[in-house]
Design a protein around this ligand. Sequence first.
Ligand code: NAD
Ligand code: DAU
Length: 340
Amino acid sequence: MRLILVTGGCGFIGSEFIRQQLATNPGLTIVNLDKLTYAGNPENLTQLANEPRYIFRQADIADPDAVAALFQEFAFDAVVNFAAESHVDRSLLDSGPFVTTNIVGTQVLLDAARRSKTPRYLQVSTDEVYGSLGATGLFTEETPLAPNSPYSASKAAADMLVRSYNHSFGFPAIITRCSNNYGPYQFPEKLLPLFITNLFNDQQVPVYGTGQNVRDWIHVADHCRGIAAALEKGTPGEVYNFGGRCEKTNLDLTFLLLDLLEKPRSLIRYVADRPGHDLRYAIDCAKAERELGWTPQVTFEQGLADTIAWYRANGEWIDHVKSGAYREYYTRQYGDRLKG
Ligand code: NAD
Ligand code: DAU
């Protein structure tokens, strides 16, 4: 592949994918279409400022004219759709942007790619579309979809659209579903960067409910290697799950962070639970290993140490993203809970 469109490339995972793929594929050029919402940060890609194989366009994936113009300008070999509203808690505050970007935006991209006969389309989805597990079991690609939050419902709707374009039109689309990512450049609304950056300043960390919810952690570089493998070797119409085989309760993870940062447990604040909070996610990624030759490479121990070191070394990046709008969100989301 010589020219691919990445959407949402100024976010956490999209920016990792762009840096990784440009570094490992000398013949590849990437066009990044990003609306630059609160989560889209051009600083995530400053190292590519002088890279001729990187092209940026600011636009909304849900804007059919802007997307059509881009497909007129470039003949893409593939599209990788990362662009999304990605935070469950924000979807509980206001689901509107989730429907517009995650569902309508996907439909607009699918139509543009189909019209242009783009040979490959990859939808970056999430394990949250499967709903919640009990104490045992793993999500496979055959697990029925049962999304529980407005965020996961919008991602599941997008997956259904992708599926239907493949089924009805033979459109060459692939879906990937990954578990919780961690690593550098993650916006500090998500658990790990929120807790790490709060703890640097001896601020409290808000654990929802009793902290017994389980997430399956995977390093963002492993997720991006999986997406690249699916793009290259995946079969159109298929779904591939990625996970880190690294289940942790939120409380155990919080204890681990406190220990690594040498902070007291008194900084934990148990706050009101997330409404409809999914108990447990855990991925069976055997299909991706078998069919794509992919396997997660980064151990959680190493990945977490590197992630903490990255945030420690990038205080300026943290200061910029934790600016006015972030503080407003933080107060809205945590103000009452941290008082209670
Ligand atoms: P993020 O919130 O960090 O970044 C999202 C990016 O999309 C931002 O750059 C934002 O500006 C851009 N964007 C939002 N709306 C847009 C629009 N209408 N048009 C164009 N660009 C728009 O998200 P992330 O954590 O990097 O997640 C990327 C993708 O991966 C999402 O589709 C998400 O559902 C999926 N995913 C995330 C995780 C995770 O753990 N973070 C796990 C599995 C799947
Ligand atoms: O599983 C993949 C999904 O992982 C992605 O699709 C989403 O885009 C991504 O945001 C992530 O969703 P989660 O809701 O699992 O991630 P979050 O970091 O918001 O929360 C992780 C767990 O920590 C969850 O059980 C809720 C809990 N939590 C979160 C926050 C922000 C807290 O206890 N306190 C908090 O302040």
